[in-house]
Design a protein around this ligand. Sequence first.
Ligand code: F6R
Length: 364
Amino acid sequence: SKGNHRHYMLKEIYEQPIVVAQTLRAYLQRMEEQVTLPIPDFDLSAIKRVTIVACGTSYYAGMVAKYWFEQFARVPVDIDVASEFRYRAPVMEEGGLMIVISQSGETADTLAALRHARSEGQTIAAVVNVPTSTMAREADLLLPTHAGPEIGVASTKAFSCQLAVLAALAANLAKAKGKLDEAEERRIVRHLAEAPASLNAALAYDESIQAMAGVIAAARDVLYLGRGTDYPLALEGALKLKEISYIHAEGYAAGEMKHGPIALIDDAVPVIVIAPSGPLFDKTVSNMQEVQARDGKVVLISDYDGIQAAGDGCIATITMPKVHPLIAPLVYAVPVQLLAYHVAVAKGTDVDQPRNLAKSVTVE
Ligand code: F6R
């Protein structure tokens, strides 16, 4: 049931602190401050490269994970959308780990990619939310997300749980490959363990997000910008907005703006900038200022420090709790989900059953 919530989507956004905690419990030993896998003796030490394949929101979770696998485990990562993957003669060498990510575990293109990788001798890990699904059954290493049933067609809680599992998997791979010392492992466990509380803190800004939804609801086009792991978040924000509010939206890497899309900017195009304070902040802010110099209406999503530093001249700001960069993608998922939700409600669209979309895409 939807409980007190008006839509399943909103209920599922609000469930994130609990389901992320539930998911992390299967991958972290809090007492020992260690990361683990659901199959504790599954050997990842021979993995030399990683291929990630998924569709839609699950693909964006994979894009975030690529940064983590490279940073922690120092293994090369190849990533593609499932419908493109098989048709480009991908090179899959010995010692390859194929990670499929899927809420339903039934998406036809992703399943076909899994089977192709299997035939090429890859080890298969499946990050899935439905434990009885086809992908779950066909994987060597089943990595469940414990998000519970997701009813809203727009994926929300499955995404944050996918990120939690992928962060833990990246740490496990790094550990297996001797790239993670104990102190580092403890730090990762502590940061991940903070995610549920930070998600709660992010949800506390719901009303302020709702208050500014009208400005976005009136727009014809919306751009989302981010850099590093905030780039996939920008893509996810744009996908959420277009699928439930039917407003045209695009996500871009912040640094790509000046290579074309900046031509679109005028005072009718809101630009949502996702920029937690940190090492990438100044670079993203300078891209944001390029937008403002062309009369673009910027909404800045950052923490208190970021908004103090760069909030002037924005049409609105959304304040997030200050979080470690590792969990920022989970936490910043909340405002982009809530923004899309409130814009759709303001427009009066069918939030839980958007037109033309199905929850599970079982045709290629
Ligand atoms: C977006 C959305 C879709 C799915 C995609 C993959 O909100 O729900 O883009 O993420 O169809 O579905 P799964 O994860 O079930 O493979």
